[in-house]
Design a protein around this ligand. Structure first.
Ligand code: ATP
Ligand code: MG
Length: 431
């Protein structure tokens, strides 16, 4: 079937008032950005919906992209008819006949938003249903559990017919709720946590701690790939690579073997908090899941989390590993996450890490390290390298990109506060 348009239904019905306008305006921007590869599309925004007129573009290629846009509740490919009853009946029949596999049962649901239309919804249900039945002998009506529901929406400008509802990703449009730093380890969990944070409207910047040369270059490449995959959903994502070797070595030397993971995690959070301040982020996201490992018991989370004052968001905290794995498979990060390269935290894992560390003792150990710890933390922040990843790979550094217009646009970060890309030109090149 050659569809005429897509009806997009927007999520988060709780948003009201001025925020509703902001939500819908940003939704339109994000949808346009994700479909920038289809220039013939035309957009129209109405309350709670966006219509995308397909023109010469094909629906099939667009569906896959639209499914990944956060804030879309569901969408339906539709055809448009004039108001004349015969035309509506013919188009309804053509649409039903185009379905594969052919349904055995159906029902018609008419909504008459344009109240001056000469037939009311009930009459239209019968007029359309009877026409389809007459011309498609094996088909039957089932109003309770139909294989297909043919939706007919009568509007002042025409009649829209659709019979497929594709679920969207839900949530909020990216950037609607501000920015957070994502602690991205290279494991299975943290990319899923990042996806969930983005789905809730958070723009993210990723922070990865590496202990090069103890950790390999492949381990860093793996994190680059994961960030690239997340950029498929987030347009482009900054990845901060923090040198952690010296800090880690110093903590290992402190002699409190069972507290090393606790000390490392607290230090990571402190560095992430400084980077958050520098880049205007208001929260830190981690892939912690309650009880998964020693550092993720309630006792550990408590002692680790107390070192920072920014909110710590742990989207996976109540999820089982199997659920997280299924999620990772769905968003396309699993295959990369299971590559066997070592993360800095797996390097010096003690035989019996503390599952219930004592905050006073941890603070005492940090006290011994004193100003040295502070100096090393500041050096790590200063030594951080930042890379911008786009869905197609690493964005060129600014100077190089100046001679290459398209990359320069890709590299522009999204201005989350305004809920808009940093420049109008970005809209076209954002994905
Ligand atoms: P993941 O699959 O995300 O690695 P995990 O179950 O292996 O999770 P941990 O290694 O204990 O859990 O890490 C818990 C969280 O701490 C991670 O989800 C991540 O947010 C953060 N983290 C751990 N190591 C690093 C790292 N090297 N760089 C950045 N963040 C890290
Ligand atoms: Mg890990």
């Amino acid at each position: 079937m050659k569809y005429d348009l897509i009806v997009v239904r927007l999520g988060e019905l709780t948003i009201k008032g001025r925020n509703r306008g902001r939500f819908e305006g940003l939704m339109l921007t994000r949808i346009r950005q994700s479909l920038a590869a289809f220039p013939a599309l035309e957009y129209e925004r109405t309350y709670g919906r966006i219509y995308i007129r397909l023109g010469d573009e094909n629906y099939e290629g667009i569906e896959a992209r639209l499914k990944d846009v956060f804030g879309v509740y569901s969408f339906s490919p539709a055809i448009r008819s004039g108001h004349a009853l015969e035309e509506v009946q013919e188009k309804a029949l053509a649409l039903m006949n185009s379905l594969e596999p052919a349904p055995s049962t159906f029902k018609v649901t008419v909504k008459r938003a344009w109240k001056v239309y000469p037939h009311d919804s009930q009459e239209m249900n019968h007029l359309i249903g009877a026409h389809v039945l007459r011309n498609t002998p094996p088909l039957k009506v089932d109003v309770r559990h139909p294989d297909v529901e043919l939706k007919v929406d009568i509007q002042p400008e025409g009649v829209y017919l659709s019979c497929e509802v594709v679920p969207g990703a839900g949530g909020f449009p990216l950037g609607m709720n501000g920015k957070a730093m994502l602690l991205l380890s290279g494991g299975i969990d943290s990319p899923v946590a990042g996806w969930m944070a983005m789905r809730k409207g958070l723009e993210i910047e990723a922070v990865h701690f590496h202990s090069y040369p103890f950790t390999s270059e492949q381990a860093t490449e793996k994190v680059l790939s994961l960030t690239q995959r997340l950029a498929h959903y987030g347009g482009s994502i900054k990845l901060h690579l923090v040198p952690f070797t010296e800090l880690q070595t110093r903590m290992v030397q402190s002699g409190h073997e069972h507290l090393i993971i606790t000390l490392m995690r607290r230090t990571m959070l402190r560095i992430a908090e400084r980077l958050a301040e520098k880049h205007g982020a208001l929260a830190i996201v981690t892939g912690d899941s309650l009880g998964q490992v020693a550092s993720q018991t309630l006792g550990s989370m408590n002692v680790i989390g107390r070192t920072v004052s920014l909110p710590l968001l742990r989207p996976l905290v109540m999820m089982d590993k199997q659920e997280i794995i299924r999620h990772a498979e769905r968003i396309g990060t699993y295959e990369t996450s299971i590559l066997p390269y070592e993360d800095c935290c797996t390097l010096f894992v003690p035989k019996s890490p503390a599952t219930n560390p004592n905050l006073r003792i941890v603070e005492k150990v940090e006290g011994y390290l004193g100003s040295e710890l502070e100096t090393l933390i500041e050096a790590a922040v200063q030594g951080t390298e930042t890379i911008v990843m786009t869905p197609s790979g690493r964005a060129k550094p600014k100077r190089e990109a100046a001679s290459d217009e398209s990359s320069a646009r890709v590299e522009q970060p999204v201005d989350a506060s305004a809920g808009k890309p940093a420049s109008d030109q970005d809209e076209d090149r954002w994905f």
